[in-house]
Design a protein around this ligand. Sequence first.
Ligand code: ME8
Length: 520
Amino acid sequence: MSKQTRYVTTPIYYVNDRPHIGHVYTTTLCDVYARAMRDIGHDVFFLTGTDEHGVKVEQSALDKGLEPQALADLNSEEFRSIMGMFDLTNDAFIRTTDPEHTKQVQAFVSTLLERGDVYLGTFEGWYDKGQEEYHTETGARDLDYKSPISGKPLVRATENNYYFKLSAYQERLEQLFDSNPEFVQPPSRRNEVLGRLREGLQDVPISRTNFTWGIPMPGDEEHVIYVWIDALFNYITALGMGDESSKWNKERNKYWPASYHVIGKEILWFHSVIWPAVLIALEFPLPKCIYAHSFWISEGRKMSKSLGNFIDLETIESYVEQYGMDAWRYYLTTQGPLGATDADFAAEKFKDIYNAHLVNTVGNSTSRVTAMIGKYYDGAVPFESIDEVRIEIGDVDWPVRCEEAVSQWEEAMESFSIAKAIECGMGIIRDVDLFINDTAPFKLAKEETKQAELGAILYQCLEALRIATVLLSPVLPSKMKAFHEAIGADSCSANLLELAKWGHIQSGSTVQKVALFPRV
Ligand code: ME8
C-alpha cells in the first residue's frame, strides 16, 4: 500500500524583519505535526521559507545602501538558520526570489490572464502603505480610516492595475465554507471570515507600478506582481505545480493538496478567501484546512521593541540555554495561542510550567520508576504480571488505558490539536504517578510475599511511561530519545503506532536511572 501524504506549510516570512517568537512558534507547531505524521508512517512534506519582494524590502534595502537582493539574501539566511537552531525538520525552504518560483508565478498569472480571471483596469480604494493592502469603503470606515497594524491613516489611491476577478468566486467560496466547515480553523475564525465574505467580494488588484522589486507581470514589464499573490503561490511553486518538467514537480507534485496551511490570524483573509479563489480559477484542488492561530503577547502586553518586551532571537536563545531546547518547544506548543485567544509569554509562567510539567511530572516519574527498578531489581526490568495480579494491584487496566491515549493522540495530531495530543502523553504520566501512590511499591518491596506484585507494578509503570514518552517524542525529541536509550527501548525501528503498543519492553533488559529535566 502506498503511504498517505501530508503537506504542512508555515507562512513564508518577510525578509524585512528579523526572526522572533512568532516565526519560531508557527514553525515549531508545524514541526511537531510533521514529526508526528512521519513517525506514524505518512509521507510528509514540511515547507517554510521567505517572502522577499515588495516595497518594504526595496525601501529597507535602500535605507541600508544595499541592493534588495543582497538584503533578501542576508535576512533569508537568518530565517534559514533558525531551522537548524530549533531542531525544525522542514523538508524544503522556499525563497520567492528562487528562479524556479518566479518562473512558475509568471506561468500561473499568464494562465489567469488567458482565462480572463486577471484583467487590466483602474482601481481606486483606501490603501495601507505599510501593509501594501487595500481596504473597501466599508472596511476602511470600520477601521476609522487607519491602518490596523501601524495606526497610520489610510490613503485614497488610484492605480491602473491588473485585477483578479475575485467577485466571480463569491458563490463558490460560500459553498466551500458551507460544505466544508473545517476549511478554516478554529471555528471562531471561520465565522469571522464567513461574515466578511457575506458582505460581498470585490475584484482585487494584483499588480503594482510604484516600485520595481517584484516579479514582472507577464507581457507588461511596467507592472510587478503584487507581493501577496507572489507569496501565496509559494505553496504550489515549491511542489513544481507550474512547471511539469521540473525536478520539483517530479518529486513533490504528489503532496498537493496541502493538509494544513498554518498561519497567524492577521493573514487569514488572504489565505482563506483570495488563495482558494485563485486555486479554483486554476482548477487545482483546495487545501484541507487553513489553521489560523492567535498571537503571542509578552508579559501581558502587545510585543514591542520600545516596551522592551519583544521576544527576539537573543531572548529565545537565553531561554533555550537555561531550560533546554525541548522545554522551549514544550512551552510554545502547550501554552501558545493555537486557539482563538492570544497567549501571554511571561518569564514566571515559563518557569512554573517547566517545573510543574517537565521537572515534577515527566522528570520525576521517569526518575522514580527507573530508580526503583535500579534499587529493587538491580536495573533489570521485572516480569509483567499475570492477569490475576494485574487485577489485584489496582483498578487501572494499563494496556487499555494506553491504547485509548494512543488513539486520542493520533486523532488530535491529525486534526492539528497539538496541545491536546501532548496532553495524551502527559495524562498517562500523571496516572502513573497516582498509580504509584495508590499501590505504594516502596512498601511492597519490604514484604517478601508481595514480590510478584512489586514486579508487576514496576513493569507496568515503566511500560506506560515508555508509551507516554513515545507520544511526547515529536515535541520533546531529544529528551525522549535519551529516556528510551536509558531504558533500552527501541525508539525508531518501527512506526510510532507500532512502538506505542503495549508489551515492547522486555523483562530482564537493563534500565539506567535517569534525570531528564534539572530543576531551575
Ligand atoms: O505575513 N504571535 O510574513 P511575516 C504568533 N510574508 N505568531 C506570530 C506573531 C505573534 N506575535 N507575529 C508573527 C507575512 N507571527 C507574509 C506571509 S504567506 C503566503 C506570506 C507569525 O514575516 C504568524 O505565523 O509578517 C504570522 O502569520 C507570521 O508570523 C507573519 O510573518
